[in-house]
Design a protein around this ligand. Structure first.
Ligand SMILES: Nc1nc2c(c(=O)[nH]1)N[C@H]1C(S)=C(S)[C@@H](COP(=O)(O)O)O[C@H]1N2
Ligand SMILES: [Mo]
Length: 535
């Protein structure tokens, strides 16, 4: 019988306040660890550049005075980054313990501390140069996960505290309920700690592989182009606030792929195989590829899933070796009409053989805007084919070119409801003013981009409230394979307007007016925006 049973016959709680506080602090640490791991694991899976911890660490490095930085480097040497991470870990653990304690004393007090963590992470992420829209979600996701875990642990701890320490006389001999409560709390805490540790290990392993390849990439020097890109013609860049930059910076370049983790491909072990219906099979390693005479070209690539007015399109300066030269070495056999390109992760695209052997600059690309390909965009080697949607041409993390026939092979997306062939459809987009953003009455500047890859844009027109089409100023394109900027100033009095754009290619074929969905072979229709003109 429990000695502490009181004279009133009431059963005292089985958990002294100081012990409870200690376990509340432990619960805070486990909950925050779980949140951090959720954020890091998602970042490791989606894109290493999204890591909230890296962003916070970067912000700390940016914020500390130079003297402290010098001291850290002299004290820790090349382990200064590790020291920073350990320091961050200890600081976060201390605050997490505090969050647990506070939450135990007062509901939501600890959640507020965790929410503050989330905001700090968010500010750090927003301050990063490579921040993308997706990066914003991760600190919030991490904080949300930490709060959910802490709530759960707190309710277990409360059950333990409220469970009587003694069994009623009738059930003498059984374990007291507080013992069961203790066990349940410990299981939850231990389970949370184990899951966080395993997840953290996994995130670290994934990051490690990507970090190793990143390091190789950072040290890589690309050869100069034997055939440099034609210069950007004067006047190709219009001076209009808010218009898409003529060349899309790598960090803003849209990313589409089926890869859950960005494949970490070491260039040293990379080989490209040319197989199938060829006279000679070929194996090319990275050094051999870099020794070929390189071509550099601006090419605008687009996703078939780009909606009318959408942003799954970008223009970059690509450096690579023309695919036609490699195919000429291999010697395609008669009857072949398709090249099935395969990625490290098994993804495939089926490209018409003729498009890869004609005089267009379809490239086995290694460089993007003057740098090695970013990991997300196919490092070390990808295909870039002017005129075709990415799903039938732009294989990232390229490993094989199989010369074959459309009758015998299919690319990844074809059996999934997308057409076998995917030429890019002529289209145009209004970038300014933003749809729904009010503008001042007077002369209203409109502007945007238009593309008809491998044919080129002939003209761009705008119409207001379905009135007559007005011809816009069309800037010279860099080439037929890139998008063009356009602009037009229209006098508008206060009111609401519908404004549409249409492009016509250099052969005189107009953009298709009928609206079509993105599947199976690309959206059509005029980009239409609503403009509120205020007095
Ligand atoms: N390995 C691989 N390559 C791929 C894809 C993919 O899922 N896996 N998606 C393709 C699609 S649909 C497009 S639109 C382009 C996008 O290239 P980007 O992410 O560099 O913009 O990559 C193509 N290459
Ligand atoms: Mo795509």
């Amino acid at each position: 019988m429990n000695k502490s049973q009181s004279a009133t016959g009431q059963v005292p709680a089985g958990l002294p306040a100081t012990v409870a506080a200690r376990w509340a602090a432990a619960a805070g640490v486990v909950a925050v660890a779980a949140g951090v791991v959720v954020g890091e694991l998602v970042a490791a899976l989606v894109s290493p550049a999204l890591s909230p911890m890296t962003a916070v660490g970067g912000a700390v490095i940016d914020a500390v005075p130079p003297a402290v930085k010098d001291w850290a480097v002299s004290a820790f040497g090349t382990a200064d980054k590790l020291a920073l991470l350990v320091g961050m870990g200890l600081a976060i653990a201390a605050l997490a313990a505090l969050a647990g304690l506070l939450e135990w004393r007062r509901r939501f007090a600890g959640f507020a501390v965790i929410a503050t963590f989330g905001v700090v992470g968010l500010v750090a992420v927003l301050g990063r140069a490579q921040a993308t829209g997706n990066a914003i979600a991760l600190p919030l996701l991490a904080a949300g996960a930490a709060i959910v875990v802490l709530r759960w642990l707190m309710s277990r701890l409360r059950e333990w505290k409220e469970a009587p320490a003694a069994v009623p006389a009738a059930a003498a001999g059984a374990a007291p309920p507080s013992e069961a409560g203790r066990r349940r709390f410990m299981q939850a805490l231990g389970g949370g700690a184990v899951v966080a540790t395993v997840g953290g290990g996994l995130a670290a392993a994934l990051r490690g592989a990507a970090a190793g390849v990143s390091e190789v990439r950072n040290k890589l020097a690309l050869p100069a182009a034997a055939s440099p890109a034609p210069p950007v013609p004067a006047g190709a860049v219009l001076n209009l606030d808010g218009i898409s930059p003529l060349v899309t910076p790598n960090r803003d370049f849209y990313r589409i792929d089926t890869a859950l983790t960005v494949p970490a491909v070491d260039p040293d072990s990379w080989v490209l195989k040319v197989t199938g219906m060829v006279e000679r099979e070929i194996e090319l390693d990275f050094a051999a590829l870099l020794s070929k005479p390189m071509t550099e070209r601006h090419v605008t690539i687009a996703c078939v899933s780009n909606e009318v007015g959408g942003d799954l399109i970008g223009n970059a300066l690509w450096l690579g070796w023309p695919v036609r030269e490699l195919l000429a070495m291999a010697g395609p056999q008669t009857g072949a009409d398709m090249v099935l390109s395969r990625s490290k992760d098994g993804w495939t695209a089926g490209t018409p053989l003729e498009v890869l052997t004609d005089d267009r600059d379809a490239l086995i690309a290694v460089g993007m805007n003057g740098e090695p390909l970013p990991l997300e965009h196919g490092f070390p080697v990808r295909l870039v084919v002017p005129g075709l949607y990415g799903y039938v041409s732009a294989t990232k993390w390229l490993t094989e070119l199989k010369v074959t026939r459309f009758a015998d092979d299919v690319g990844y997306w074809t059996p999934r409801g997308w057409s076998e062939r995917g030429p890019i459809k002529t289209s145009s987009r209004i970038d300014v003013p933003r749809s729904g953003r009010p503008v001042r009455a007077g002369t209203v500047a409109f502007g945007g981009v238009a593309w008809a890859q491998h044919t080129g844009i002939g003209k761009v027109e705008l119409r207001v409230n379905r009135g007559p089409w007005q011809r816009a100023e069309l800037a010279p394109g860099i080439s037929r394979d890139t998008w063009y900027q356009w602009q037009l100033s229209v006098p508008l009095t206060p009111g609401q307007y519908e404004v549409q754009v249409r492009a016509t290619d250099l052969k005189g074929a107009p953009q298709i007016e009928n609206r079509a969905r993105v599947a199976p072979d690309g959206a059509t229709g005029f980009h239409t925006i609503r403009v509120d003109v205020t007095p």
